[in-house]
Design a protein around this ligand. Structure first.
Ligand SMILES: O=C(O)[C@@H](O)C(=O)CO
Ligand SMILES: [Mg+2]
Length: 251
């Protein structure tokens, strides 16, 4: 079986933020990811990780979050100054939190100019923080209309242009299924570039086991590939208590 992590921005949200760490640990997780840890001083999140023996797999850039704001500027022509200052701020958090990955969000854009801008900005981030691993993640256009990075072919093209060992592909079964209609085939096609994976059912982004996807087949494919990374549960639980949706984990 793959090694599973819990996304604390979507899981255990029935609890206050700092209580989600112990809930995840008690459910058997040894690692978590937090999309936007920026509402609290980094040292408080660090303390919660340490107290519960949890590794931090991933955080997102940009800060603080995108409630009412843009989902990043990395591919937005004219947004480079904002992108660089966001990355600098994320790296100050990363110094304390030590996430394995920082997911760089592309933002709203389209076309050749946006592609060139995304490539340049990713190279800049990779060279500015050579010891930090970064990821990019295609998001489906139903959930994120007008988001630049909206398919896996495009993500692979971006990575080919970026040519940096510390920038890789973030796979998400929910988005892959929504974009391409077959998350398993997408895993098989792009697994060589995937450094981090997330799981959720489609079309409603609920827990594995529901919806149109065969998660047993996906986990088997992950196991049979060379993938050594985390598989993070990033879904919206259909019951009030997240714990009651973890049947897929116990199986
Ligand atoms: O899949 C998602 O929506 C997330 O992984 C993400 O980073 C967007 O905020
Ligand atoms: Mg995701």
């Amino acid at each position: 079986m793959p090694k599973f992590a819990a996304n604390l921005s979507l899981l255990f949200t029935e609890l206050p933020y700092l209580d989600r760490f112990s809930a995840a640990a008690q459910s058997g997780f040894t690692a978590v990811e937090i999309l936007f840890p920026y509402d609290l001083a980094a040292k408080e999140t660090r303390r919660a990780l340490l107290a519960n023996g949890l590794d931090l797999v991933l955080i997102n850039a940009p800060p603080p979050n995108y409630t009412g704001g843009e989902p990043g500027y990395a591919a937005v022509p004219g947004g480079t100054a904002r992108f660089q200052s966001d990355i600098r701020r994320v790296l100050r958090y990363a110094k304390v939190l030590m996430p394995q990955y920082i997911h760089v969000m592309a933002g709203y854009a389209s076309g050749e100019e946006a592609l060139a801008c995304f490539v340049e900005n990713l190279r800049w981030a990779a060279d500015f923080a050579p010891d930090q691993m970064f990821t990019i993640e295609p998001l489906n256009p139903v959930s994120q209309p007008h988001y630049f990075l909206n398919d896996y072919e495009l993500a692979a093209e971006v990575l080919d242009h970026v040519e940096r060992p510390n920038v890789g592909l973030q796979y998400d079964s929910f988005h892959a299924q929504m974009i391409h209609g077959d998350a398993l085939t997408i895993w098989d096609r792009f697994k060589a570039q995937i450094v981090h994976a997330q799981i959720g059912a489609a079309p409603d982004r609920s827990e594995p086991g529901r919806g149109e996807m065969d998660f047993a087949a996906l986990f088997k494919a992950m196991d049979q590939s060379d993938y050594q990374g985390w598989v993070s549960a990033e879904y919206t639980p259909t019951t009030r208590r997240t714990q009651d949706t973890l049947i897929w984990l116990r199986q």
